[in-house]
Ligand binder design. Sequence first.
Ligand code: SAH
Length: 479
Amino acid sequence: MRTFPIFISFDGRPPLVVGGGPLAAIKTRLLLKRAERVDVAADTLESELSKFVDEGRVVQQPPHPGVDQIRGRPLVLSATEHDGEDERIAEMARALGVPVNVPDRPPLCTAALPAIVDRGDVTVAIGTSAAAPVLAQRLRARLEHELHPRLGDLASLAGEFRDRVAEALPEGPARRLLWERVFDGPAASAMLHGDEESARKLIDLEIERGALAEKHEPPKGRVLLVGAGPGDPELLTMKAIRALKAADVVFYDKLAGAQVLELARREAELISVGKAKGAHSVPQAEINALLVARAKAGQTVVRLKGGDPFIFGRGGEELDALRAAAIPVEVIPGVTAGAAAAASLQIPLTHRDVSHTVTFLSGHEAGGKAPSFEHLDLRALASGNNTLVVYMGVTTGAVIARRLLDAGFREALPVIAVENASRANERRVATTISVLASDPGSLDLSSPAVLIFGEVAGLPAAGVVATILAQEEVVRAYA
Ligand code: SAH
């Protein structure tokens, strides 16, 4: 059963529980958390249900309800503990379009009851589409710990101020900023500490401050150049997540990763501006202009880039353009693909005994050619123990390997390629520089991938799926 979460109001329409035993009592107790009144259809009621009747919260109805008792209900819960009767109720409700739940019998249900974390006006409902109720309970326990007991009071207080805030500030960034200040600032702390009076005064102050700023200062746009890391959302920084949650608009590259984009503020506009190498993408000058224009319009603009924005990400050019236009900028670093690949292989890029430097290289020059590396002293790199990490080198790897061999790197130098580092489809291939130079197709690589050249690539690496070695130079094989 795949479900969509929704909160329904019971106002003036009591839900119906069918059955009067212990299971019905548990479910009635749950419904009474929000319903003023619950109707219970049963012959006899167990003691807790009778108590609810005495308190006027439950009204007993005749057992075996028919169509007229079910029509118009916001929810029917059948807990008779008699399979045939539960099926009859479920069928009737379904035919009438009334949401129905039968505990532990997903096929009969059109509605699922979530695990609930209850903080008054703040309700967290957890569903697993009936696949793993125990998991839902575990998540609930975690959230119970995390959510402050007075969170609901804070929400109710905010609710009281809603209209006043709406009058003081137009909808948009200014109003959102005000609420962010309230929820992240001293007003919320005061309320959570139980000091409602101070909390009210502090919200009043925020409203005054917001209204003043709105009158005298034009909305301030800004751009955040954010490193999205290699794809695994767990490798995002907390600052990156905060930036995504604050964004009015996100300009992203293909490398930014779908799971990362999921974290953007729900109302944020998501605009793709970049493709992986080779495919057409929005020209850089146009991206720069878009960033400037949106920030000038007062928006919080997130420029989300794969890996780290300042490693082969053209972040520098965007920064220049933004500075020239006097737009406030913040740069949030990300985990670069080379670092993610090394972590996943469990090989260090530098190692006291094996390699003392690491160089990040681009495998492409402007125009898509293999690089000449004229600016590099390859001979010097070959003579010491250095690690080279090549980005954008999938199609040019063989040429690069040949240039390195010409510069004096040893033929059997280990190379490891990591494709889609940190993603579900990550793949690793180990080889040597001479195999790569002579038979690049053997690696069967596709983009995005990084190539790590150096003695560190010969250290015991984790999870290498294929080791491709020429017959005459079997250097090592990984377990
Ligand atoms: N700024 C990025 C690099 C952008 S250049 C960073 O810091 O990682 C694009 C290149 O990055 C790709 O061609 C590939 O070499 C590398 N890359 C990006 N994401 C990758 C990933 N998940 N796995 C392997 N390589 C990746």
